[in-house]
Unconditional design. Structure first.
Length: 217
């Protein structure tokens, strides 16, 4: 099963991609996660990406296309993958089409998670992450047992620079202007399925499975 999870920042793409992996063993390909690791490791790619990410800007197409090209060639995606955060521009969507046809693969569905703007801002600005083990919390919806500290390892939680309210707004504007038009692109190919991204993560997951043709019958 080859899927794209499309949706604005904080729509829940990462959470849902992890659920799909747990059930179907199809790896999540998150360009955001790969870029964040490059920034943390201080690689050349990380040095280009870091300031752009912190400002809510997109990383250049050729950089992210290169990441996905390399990732799709790896053996663990033989039975499928979930793209999370890619493609984000028409040039990336075109490049993906070419990559997939070169590899003899095709997309089964493009799931668009629909979440109102206000909810996206609330989710993002309340998110706190553990810099040591990557655990994710939300100050209201899933707070740690001791405010400000990771339940698992006790490290002090931090706010990602791109979760600052003004940066969130910028990222949402960018999504509306540059990524949202991809919905039309995939609708014309008959691949787009819209799913309501508000509600319990498990309920949303059932909707996603149904949209991908893997729901309960
Ligand atoms: P994400 O975790 O998917 O929200 O990505 C975090 C940040 O990484 C984005 O705000 C962009 O700066 C950058 N990024 C991730 N994926 C892409 C992409 N496909 N194209 C351009 N920039 C990206």
């Amino acid at each position: 099963m080859n899927l794209i999870l499309l949706g604005p920042p904080n729509a829940g793409k990462g959470t849902q991609a992890k659920k799909l992996f747990a059930d179907f063993h199809i790896p999540q390909i998150s360009t955001g996660d790969i870029l964040r690791k490059a920034v943390a490791d201080g690689t050349e790619m990380g040095k280009i990406a870091g300031p752009l990410m912190a400002a809510g800007q997109y990383v250049p197409d050729d950089v992210v296309i290169g990441i996905v090209k390399e990732r799709l060639r790896q053996a663990d995606v033989a039975n499928g993958f979930v793209l999370d955060g890619f493609p984000r521009t028409p040039a990336q969507a075109d490049a993906l089409d070419k990559m997939l046809s070169g590899l003899g693969k095709h997309l089964d569905a493009v799931i668009s998670l629909e979440v109102p703007h206000k909810t996206l801002v609330e989710r993002g600005s309340g998110r706190r992450v553990c810099p040591a083990d990557g655990s994710v919390y939300h100050v209201d919806q899933s707070p740690p047992k001791r405010a400000g500290f990771c339940d698992k390892c006790g490290t002090g939680l931090v706010q990602r620079p791109d979760d600052m309210p003004d940066v969130i707004e910028k990222r949402l504007q960018k999504y509306d202007a540059e990524t949202s038009p991809l919905k039309d692109f995939y609708a014309k190919k008959g691949l787009l399925k819209s799913v309501d991204g508000v509600g319990s993560p498990d309920g949303i997951y059932e909707e996603i499975k149904a949209a991908a043709g893997k729901g309960r019958r």
